[in-house]
Every structure is written in structure tokens, then in C-alpha cells.
Design a protein around this ligand. Structure first.
Ligand SMILES: [Zn+2]
Length: 191
């Protein structure tokens, strides 16, 4: 499966998710198959938000998505290393950065909340928030900041040597997406 095919599979799955008609899944049989090894079709960087569940959103089963999750879908070295693992060792043909509507982490960064280790997350989100925050409508600016953050995370990922090499050889496709809480994903960056 190439990146285009993997993307098409995820988008078709999302249509089923929105329609409330997910495919039946034989978890027992799939678990047996996966004992031989995993060959996920996508590495997905997503928010920890309990409403944003990649396997449900894209209606895929076990062994299909290699996930890297954090509040605000930001990446520290461990997160970046996890993406490198998905791309360089599991050879996923697709890399998705999935932002979402009404992200609590982005809102916290917008409001300047930063207690304990949450400060590290807010710090990562600060450049995107700074760019979006113009004293306008808060809800709209939070959405803009989330979209800018997806682009920034993608920019950081493109510079990782294994990601760069896979993109250049055509073995990998990268897309940025936004999940709306109503269920649909839209592609916001496709390159
Ligand atoms: Zn979030």
C-alpha cells in the first residue's frame, strides 16, 4: 500500500465513522494475524483528547495505526523518536498530524495556563498561539492556532532525517488534518 492508498483508506473509514456504519471487525482473528508482526498503514500524531480516537475516527482495526499522542499533539524528543520509529522501522507509507476542534491544550496555551509539567506543553504551543492571537474572537483564534500548530509540527517532522529521506524517495506521504467533534476529518495540509 502506498501513501495515497493509505490516505484513501483512512478517508473512506472516516466516512463510515461519520455515517455510523463502521465495518465489522473480527478482533480474535486479527490478533492471531498480528502475532506475526505489525505493518501499520499510517503513523498518526494526535491529541490525547478522549474524543479523538484515530482507530474509531478512521474506522480501522488493530495493527493499522502507529500512534504518537500528547495533549495538543506536540512532540518532544520521545515523540519525535516515536515518529522516526513508525517511519523508518515500521515503514508506514503515510504520516498524519491530526489536530482537532476545541483542543483543551491549545485553549490552555491561549489562556496562558501553565502549572506543573503542563508548562512544557504550553511552551510548545506558544508560537502557534502567538501567531493566531490578534485580540479577535477567542474561539476562532483557538481554531486558527490549532491549525497553525499542525503545520508547525509537520515542518518539524519534515526535517527529521528518516522522514526527509522517506519523503524524498516517495516512500512516505505526509498530511495535516483537522478533526471536527461532529466526526469528520478534513485535510488542511497535503504536502
Ligand atoms: Zn486536544
Amino acid at each position: 500500500m502506498n501513501g495515497e492508498e493509505a490516505l484513501a483508506k483512512l478517508l473512506e473509514g472516516n466516512k463510515r465513522f461519520v455515517a455510523g456504519t463502521p465495518e465489522a471487525k473480527d478482533f480474535a482473528a486479527r490478533r492471531e494475524e498480528l502475532k506475526q508482526g505489525q505493518h501499520p498503514i499510517a503513523t498518526v500524531v494526535a491529541c490525547s483528547d478522549s474524543r479523538v480516537v484515530p482507530e474509531y475516527i478512521f474506522d480501522v482495526g488493530l495493527g493499522e495505526i502507529f500512534k504518537v499522542e500528547s495533549a495538543g499533539n506536540v512532540l518532544d524528543r520521545i515523540g519525535l523518536g516515536s515518529v522516526e520509529y513508525g517511519v523508518a522501522h515500521l515503514h508506514t507509507p503515510l504520516l498524519v498530524v491530526l489536530g482537532h476542534e476545541k483542543c483543551g491544550a491549545v485553549t490552555a496555551a491561549y489562556d496562558g495556563h501553565a502549572e506543573g509539567n503542563i508548562a512544557a506543553i504550553v511552551k510548545k504551543l506558544a508560537p502557534a498561539v502567538k501567531k493566531a492571537k490578534k485580540g479577535g474572537d477567542k474561539a476562532a483564534e483557538v481554531e486558527q492556532a490549532a491549525a497553525i500548530n499542525v503545520k508547525k509540527v509537520m515542518g518539524k517532522l519534515r526535517k527529521l532525517p528518516p522522514v526527509k529521506a522517506a519523503l524524498e524517495s516517495g516512500a512516505l506521504k505526509i498530511v495535516g488534518m483537522r478533526y471536527s467533534l461532529g466526526g469528520a476529518v478534513e485535510i488542511i495540509v497535503k504536502k
